[in-house]
Unconditional design. Structure first.
Lengths: 85, 486
């Protein structure tokens, strides 16, 4: 699957911040969406790529895809899960 | 019959987070079996090893507890709703901030960076932090304890913090207070606290209330907030704040300290007790020394105040287990703590079944706390500090009894006195000479009144006088050349 196969609702760039702000920004952005909508996240490899998908998964969101841009940045495609409270 | 089974949040871990399931069943037992067929994990939560329903699981058919119907054999009809609601330890609370108010708050990049710690926590997260930011909290009393609570709440991002205190910053307070600094001495505490909070977090709004809280203004002030923090140190203000909170329907996060011991509880909620339920009437004036008269270990307000701040955050976010129906006492020096259960008094005049108090203005709080002279009691003669100073320097034959406790005498001596704590007076009355005047002193001239009444009741008939204003007033006149704290 490629990026184009997904109906992207919103996208954010978190390459300008470091952990834990990366995850918090992604979390705030995805919680703005309705359940089932999709967020595209532009992020750096390394720590953000390890932590952000895992943490979003723990919060009940579904990571649909990770795409390597080949320049040290990645695109993460995440589907918003149900509210947890 | 098709019925809807609705599963409370705490049981959803067993149903893959599904909040409701439609099942076909003739009775409650069949409905539960259908549920556990679909979610085998749920059986562990609902039933014990003998396949009996666990006691802590409450099942409600539409609005009725099935125990009031036919239990598991209760028949179901099409469209019925079955609620599974387990007992939750301590009772999770609902947020005091409505969803509408929460939604009015937005979180931008600035807030993401400043508040990232809470945003990372699942228990608080974005909605919880928005509720904190929408919250309005009144902190009453800006000494050591209230100062810690106010600082924590400001850094946490509470939207509006009310700062109520009628006093000024003093040098004597600074060992235990961190909200005020040396340069703030003689400034109003409310103004000093406001400056400190603005430095901590400029996103927070502050409102200062420098007038003394009274029966006339308390309800009006309290009504403007979601939660009140009672960090005051007098019984008058504690009854007043508790009553005003109950009457306005606001939780009262209460804290108190004595030397090494802290006490925290949440009062005035829908289900829990109020201050009057715990303490129907105050102790006689002066018999319990205030924390200002007995010393506080420097770290204690940090611990106690931070626990109070945690209670506020729980009430704002509607998460965690607040101290409702429970109180914690903590001895920070010997590392002991106890959590005790508290309960609402059905006969409470404010929050009971048939309340008799409908407005704080109905109550004379000074009188309630024994701070007014009772007209039916024989009056007590007072002596001014200047008169005592004259009689001492003239070498008159008088007896001076110091009724303060040993720890108070240790830091501020009054030479030439006999020390008898109130508890020993009746037993030791033969140490007094009924033919000469006896003058009683305490720290501020209140406990000494109690001492004189105690001796009268014990049958002592000699002349007795109360030193007006106590040691505090006398120190200026009798020992003008010595430091106030000897």
């Amino acid at each position: 699957m490629a990026l184009i196969d997904h109906q992207i609702t919103d996208s954010i760039d978190i390459t300008d911040v470091t952990c834990p702000i990366t995850f918090v920004k992604a979390k705030v952005a995805i919680e703005e969406l309705e359940e089932g909508e999709i967020l595209q996240i532009h992020l750096n490899s390394g720590e953000p790529l390890e932590n952000v998908p895992r943490s979003l998964g723990e919060e009940g969101h579904e990571v649909l895809e990770k795409i390597d841009n080949g320049d040290g940045t990645w695109e993460l495609v995440v589907k918003r899960g149900p509210d947890q409270d | 019959m098709e019925v809807k089974v609705i599963i409370a949040a705490s049981l959803r871990t067993f149903t893959g987070r599904t909040p409701e399931v439609k099942v076909n069943a003739a009775d409650v037992s069949e409905a539960l079996n259908a549920l556990t067929d679909e979610y085998p994990e749920a059986a562990k939560g609902l039933f014990d090893e003998n396949h009996d329903l666990r006691d802590f699981v409450g099942i409600y058919l539409n609005d009725s507890d099935i125990r009031t119907l036919k239990g598991l054999n209760t028949k179901l009809s099409d469209g019925d709703e079955l609620y599974l609601i387990p007992a939750i330890a301590g009772g999770a609370c609902e947020s005091v901030i409505s969803t509408e108010r929460m939604k009015e708050v937005s979180i931008g990049d600035k807030e993401i960076r400043r508040y990232n710690n809470h945003l990372q926590l699942k228990e608080i997260s974005i909605k919880g932090q928005k509720r904190i930011m929408a919250g309005r909290v009144l902190v009453a009393g800006l000494g050591a304890l209230g100062g810690v609570v106010a600082e924590r709440l400001a850094a946490a991002g509470v939207g509006t913090i009310g700062l109520a205190d009628a006093g000024d910053v003093t040098l004597e307070g600074l060992q235990v207070q961190t909200i005020h600094g040396t340069r703030d001495i003689d400034r109003p505490r409310a103004a000093s606290a406001k400056d400190r909070l603005k430095k901590l977090n400029p996103l927070v709004n502050t409102i200062t209330h420098q007038e003394k809280l009274s029966a006339e203004n308390a309800e009006e002030i309290v009504a403007g907030y979601d939660i009140v923090v009672d960090a005051t140190d007098s019984f008058v203000s504690r009854y007043l704040i508790s009553d005003a909170c109950v009457l306005c329907g606001k939780p009262d996060v209460f804290g108190a300290m004595y030397q090494f011991e802290g006490f925290v509880t949440v009062l005035g909620t829908k289900d829990g007790p109020c201050y009057r339920c715990l303490y129907p009437s105050p102790p006689p004036a002066g018999i319990v020394p205030s924390c200002a008269a007995s010393g506080v270990m420097n770290a204690l307000p940090g611990i106690t105040g931070a626990m109070m701040a945690a209670e506020v955050l729980k009430l704002l976010t509607g998460s965690g287990e607040p101290l409702i129906g429970k109180a914690i006492t903590l001895d920070a020096w010997n590392i002991r703590y106890h959590i005790v259960n508290t309960a609402r008094d059905k006969g409470c005049p404010v929050c009971g079944a048939d309340p008799s108090i409908h407005s704080a203005q109905d109550i004379d709080y000074e009188d309630l706390c024994g701070l007014r002279e009772n007209p039916h009691e024989e009056p007590i003669e007072a002596i001014e500090p200047a008169e005592l100073a004259r009689r001492i320097s003239d070498g008159e034959k008088i007896t001076i009894i110091d009724v303060r406790e040993p720890h108070e005498r240790a830091i501020r001596r009054f030479p030439g006195t006999i020390a008898i704590p109130i508890g020993q007076l009746a037993r030791r009355q033969k140490e007094l000479d009924p033919d000469i005047d006896t003058i009683f002193i305490c720290r501020e001239g209140k406990r000494s009144i109690l001492a004189i009444r105690t001796l009268r009741e014990a049958g002592y008939e000699g002349p007795m006088y109360n030193l007006k204003g106590g040691f505090e007033a006398a120190a200026q006149i009798i020992f003008p050349n010595e430091g106030a704290w000897l």
